[in-house]
Design a binder for this molecule. Structure first.
Ligand SMILES: NC(=O)c1ccc[n+]([C@@H]2O[C@H](COP(=O)([O-])OP(=O)(O)OC[C@H]3O[C@@H](n4cnc5c(N)ncnc54)[C@H](OP(=O)(O)O)[C@@H]3O)[C@@H](O)[C@H]2O)c1
Length: 259
């Protein structure tokens, strides 16, 4: 059985990846911080799909959590989904700088280190895939969050090019996944008020996962699920960056009162 390691596997997009991959027959390594929730998720998926499920408690903003994720990737995984992520509550100067650095650790350092740990085994076996969950924010201007997601896109494209020329590299895929708004726990956790975001902007997480896995199979390097977001990203590439910044900076970035 192939094995998939999914970070942030207990909620939202990561949980949708876990369910879909279990139904496809993957054994799963499920990584997140909340151990009770991980155990419940692992048990439910194992019982429902008769696959092996391995909970891995790890905080990807801490050195021991990063090292645990790397170790498990080095033991061999066929598919790595670097999905864990979060939003901070507020714009740049309202957020403690330590929280911004934590975001860079989870969104960038963890993605870099787990990808670096997983790829040699995949190249040796001549098969495998890495999905790095970015966001359409990568093409907009949305503070540290958008900047970190832009890094994920650039990093994934760069790594895909770098491995293409290596032995086995033509059968190992690396892709950045850039969804728009998806109903998950993300916005509540970040204290975001999403009431002004129109219904057509919201995506179904299972459809996002379907599109991602389809694009990965086709060798797409940057996957933008859904026609409406493909159009938005296409237009954003045609208009001046400053205008993109002014239009995109406020969309969906209304925060409730500071807690
Ligand atoms: N929802 C959207 O609209 C949207 C749009 C575009 C991109 N994305 C991206 O999609 C990814 C998943 O987000 P989501 O919306 O599914 O969020 P979510 O529902 O809040 O789920 C986040 C998951 O990540 C885990 N996690 C958070 N911090 C972690 C850490 N430090 N170490 C390990 N695990 C951690 C959480 O579990 P624990 O709390 O137990 O650790 C949870 O399993 C993120 O990278 C996000 O930026 C989301």
């Amino acid at each position: 059985m192939p094995t998939a390691l999914i970070t942030g596997a207990t909620a939202g997009i990561g949980a949708a990846f876990a369910r879909r991959l279990a139904s496809d027959g993957f054994d799963l390594v499920l990584l997140a911080r909340d151990g009770d929730r991980l155990d419940r998720t692992a048990r439910d998926l194992r019982d429902e799909y008769a696959v092996r499920t391995e909970p891995l408690i790890a905080d990807l903003s801490a050195e021991d959590g990063l090292a645990a994720g790397e170790d498990r990737c080095r033991q061999g995984v066929d598919l790595l989904v670097n999905n864990a992520g979060f939003g901070n509550k507020g714009t740049f100067l309202d957020v403690p700088v330590t929280d911004e650095i934590t975001m860079l650790k989870v969104h960038c350092e963890a993605v870099l280190r787990l990808t670096h740990a997983a790829l040699p085994g995949m190249l040796e076996r001549g098969r495998g895939g890495v999905v790095n969950v970015s966001s359409v924010s990568a093409f907009a201007t949305r503070g540290t969050y958008g900047a970190s997601k832009a890094w994920v896109v650039s990093f994934s494209q760069g790594v895909a090019q770098d491995i293409a020329g290596r032995p086995g590299g033509d059968r190992v895929k690396v892709m950045a996944l850039c969804p728009g708004f998806v109903h998950t726990e993300f916005h509540d956790r970040a204290g975001m008020d999403t009431s002004s975001i129109p219904g057509f902007m919201w995506l179904d997480r299972d459809k996002v996962v379907d599109a991602a896995l389809r694009d990965l199979r086709r060798g797409v390097q940057v996957s933008v699920p859904s026609p409406q977001y493909k159009a938005i990203v296409g237009v954003s590439r045609l208009i001046p960056r400053e205008l993109v910044g002014r239009l995109s900076n406020k969309t969906g970035r209304k925060y409730g009162p500071q807690r």
